[in-house]
Design a protein around this ligand. Structure first.
Ligand code: CS2
Length: 490
């Protein structure tokens, strides 16, 4: 018997839950930029819950700015896909129908979708490096490839800042309601940062009047998002087939946990995301700090230390007693730096994180998390380290994470196996590290000298600097596993 493709709800034949609402009665209301696995495991799922609970015209137009792979998988499936929630106790499957259609690598069609009067919200998961906003100056990064391209051609933009600015201006000219822009990436004050980027881009290309109008009239709420979602693997599709009876090239797998904390500032309306468990608060800052410092900070640390010692998945890292101890150390040190958050006990949060990292059914690669370190370390490692410095607390866990990142930057394991760095500043890093042979002292000095990266106050602190130097020296002399065990048996 031939297997049919997942193209409509009626074709589902298996235990997977079907959408309980009639999607043909719901129009579109959201454009999402960056329709990767994370969006399909997170915002699209909560939107599906909101549509099931309340209906409304909130289906999603998904945009993939750089690759057509997801469109090729989803377009023949009419936007349907299977979500697999997996942990040690088994798998729960459900088919999601919140995505109306996908636009791939087509800036003209993306701009038209953004200007559709039906659209009231633009959500984004474009990763830290996708925005093109300099985090230290909070202005458009004119060296960013798409920012540079769009500054030259602001009427035919293809990057985030250019597209949003052009769409906001066109909608205003056409008398359409402004949309709300909702960033869903792991950046501190993600909404305010994006707002500064868009306003800055408009100032450079359109002048002060337009820039000030955007600052006064467009809402950019911040949000904290959380769901550990690895890239799909061949087993994902096999399991989706078992659950739906259909071939599903867009299936994704994720953990059961999901969290979305959103600043409630949606002047043009919003779905009832509460139906999926979203929490609306006046200030997302403390939640962002908690998640970036604890989850993402320990994730980056374990990704570098784990990858360098041959641990392919996060769950493997957690079954190594030394690395597990370092994860616990990182979590408990990070927890001590956070402002009080009513209703949340950071020790319980730390325990829950360690359990999530142990999830035996999630194959989350350390190499995936290790990607883009220059874009992640500032908010995950350096910001908490700065607070520790100000409070006179221990810098060691953060210095260790940084030393492991530096060791990772060398692009080779202890046994000589090489790998690609995968970082937008990878060429710059390779360039400074290319003068062979190099001592730990030289490497540490060169990576500390990367412009706009490690804060000078850390660099100038002997405890921070000395710890990184010693750890890297030890890692180069006796190997990464030795440097890790040295942390726990001083
Ligand atoms: C991870 C995050 O890849 C990474 O850098 O730390 O994607 C992490 O899995 C998510 O933020 C979890 O919500």
């Amino acid at each position: 018997m031939s297997i049919s493709r997942l193209t409509n709800i009626q074709s589902i034949n298996g235990p997977a839950l079907r959408p309980s609402y009639d999607a043909s009665k719901c129009g579109v209301g959201i454009v999402h930029l960056g329709i990767g696995a994370f969006h399909r495991a997170h915002q699209a799922v909560m939107t599906d819950d909101a549509l099931a609970a309340n209906g409304g015209d909130w289906r999603i137009v998904g945009v993939s700015l750089r690759s057509d792979a997801i469109a090729r998988a989803m377009t023949p499936q009419n936007g349907l896909y299977t979500l697999l929630e997996r942990d040690g106790s088994g798998t729960k499957a459900r088919v999601i129908n919140a995505i109306d259609h996908v636009i791939a690598v087509d800036s003209g069609a993306t701009l038209r979708a953004l200007c559709d009067p039906a659209i009231r919200i633009v959500t984004l998961t474009v990763t830290e490096k996708g925005y093109g906003v300099d985090q230290s100056t909070r202005t458009p990064d004119t060296n960013h490839p798409s920012v540079a391209a769009d500054l030259g051609n602001p009427d035919t933009p293809s990057g985030v800042l250019g597209l949003l600015t052009a769409a906001i201006i066109q909608r205003r000219k056409q008398g359409h309601l402004p949309f709300t822009v909702l960033s869903c990436d792991n950046l501190p004050e993600n909404g305010a940062l994006l707002r500064d980027g868009v306003v800055g881009f408009a100032r450079l290309t359109q002048g002060d009047d337009v820039a000030n109008w955007i600052a006064d009239n467009i809402a950019f709420p911040s949000s904290m998002v959380d769901r550990i979602t690895p890239a799909a693997i061949p087993e994902t599709q096999a399991e989706a087939l078992a659950q739906t009876g259909c071939e599903d090239q867009a299936a994704i797998e994720t953990e059961p946990f999901i969290q979305w904390v959103i600043e409630d500032n949606f002047p043009s309306g919003r779905p009832q995301w509460e139906a999926g468990g979203a929490l609306f608060v006046p200030d997302v800052g403390p939640y962002e700090a908690m998640k970036l410092t604890m989850l993402n900070g320990s994730h980056s640390m374990l990704a570098y230390a784990g990858f360098l010692t041959g641990h392919k998945y996060v769950r493997d890292v957690m079954s190594n007693p030394h690395l597990e101890k370092l994860v616990q150390r990182h979590l408990s040190n990070a927890a001590q730096l956070l402002p009080v958050l009513s209703g949340i006990d950071f020790n319980e949060y730390a325990d829950a994180l360690a359990d999530r990292f142990r999830n035996p059914a999630i194959a989350h690669e350390t190499y995936q998390i290790a990607m883009d370190g220059t874009q992640k370390l500032p908010q995950r490692i350096f910001s908490p380290a700065m607070i520790a410095l100000e409070n006179g607390q221990d810098l060691q866990p953060f210095a260790f994470a940084t030393a492991m990142w530096m060791r990772y930057c060398l692009g080779r394991l202890d046994d000589g196996t090489t790998y690609e760095l995968r970082d937008p500043r990878g060429a710059e890093i390779a360039n400074v590290l290319n003068q062979q042979p190099q001592t730990a002292i030289e490497i540490v000095a060169q990576l500390h000298a990367l412009p706009d990266f490690i804060p000078p106050a850390l660099r100038d602190n002997p405890q921070w600097y000395g710890h990184i130097q010693n750890t890297l020296k030890y890692a180069l002399e006796v190997g990464c596993a030795g440097a890790i065990s040295q942390q726990i048996t001083p």
